[in-house]
Ligand binder design. Sequence first.
Ligand code: HPA
Ligand code: ZN
Length: 336
Amino acid sequence: MQRFINNLPKAELHLHIEGTFDPELMFEIAKRNQIKIPFSSVEEIRSAYEFNCLQDFLNIYYQGAKVLIQEKDFYDLTYSYLEKCAAQNVRHTEIMFDPQTHTDRGISFKTVITGISKAMEAAKENLNISSLLIMSYLRHLSEEKAFKTLQDSLPFKNLITAVGLDSSEKGNPPSKFKKVFEASIKEGYIPLAHAGEEGNSDYIWEAIDILGIKRIDHGNNALQDKNLIAEIIKRDIALTVCPLSNTALQVVNDLKNHPLKKMMNLGLKVTINSDDPAFFGGQINKNFIELQKALDLTKKEIYELSKNSFQYSLLDTETKFKFLLELETYYSEQNL
Ligand code: HPA
Ligand code: ZN
């Protein structure tokens, strides 16, 4: 089973590039930029990764991102993640980045996006990995600030596929960003959002009805509302589920109680993702492996999850088809 998962062609649809920042690389970049961090060793950083809720995590996540200054830092961060994709047979990845975490510290939008995009291009060339970018607005900040970010992004529009919404969910409902999502859609960006991670099902209703999102990040709390589940299925919207993130942030108390199988049985389209792998104890394949063990998932179910990852990606039909064929070939060979 472990080998089946490791070699399975898959796509990752819920990944924050700032959340891939391994303590080793954080230390190295902090040193070369001469930035002081409040930890004296890699072990000390790791032991700080104990969270009771989303906000506990975000405080440390934003702290770590402060060492990213130069274009090369963003390049190294991104390339290092894409190398891990190659090792796990992630064939395509949709990378979220939080421009405001950097522009608020005086780093230009251009520095951030150029570093990330050059790494994506290099990984396409050297590692044969497909990727695209999702620009996420920070929901704890104002809609006005999101508008400023939208404006900053326009010269780089050709590098960005979608917009997302992340950070502290409770108290920051999707409706707060109605106008900036409308404007983002007008610019050609596909709307996505985190919803129903800590926020209740009302936030998911708002995200689909008011923001018009095409995919839900997390979405666990959709299970609170039967009508919502029916609506999500009717609109054919997928949920990007993140098992190890859910247990790390105590959204789910134990992987054995993870609702993924329940979601699948209800007819919801779900995918498996790592969210912030450097912080939550595992890359995408570990998320698959741990959840498979906890819920006793079959190879067929694992295959379905991977199929969803390509099917509900933001790729064009032709490229989706190419990856789905690769997956089919792999799966049929396994069943010989
Ligand atoms: N939820 C909200 N904001 C985030 C997350 C998340 O899981 N990861 C990074 N920013
Ligand atoms: Zn996330």
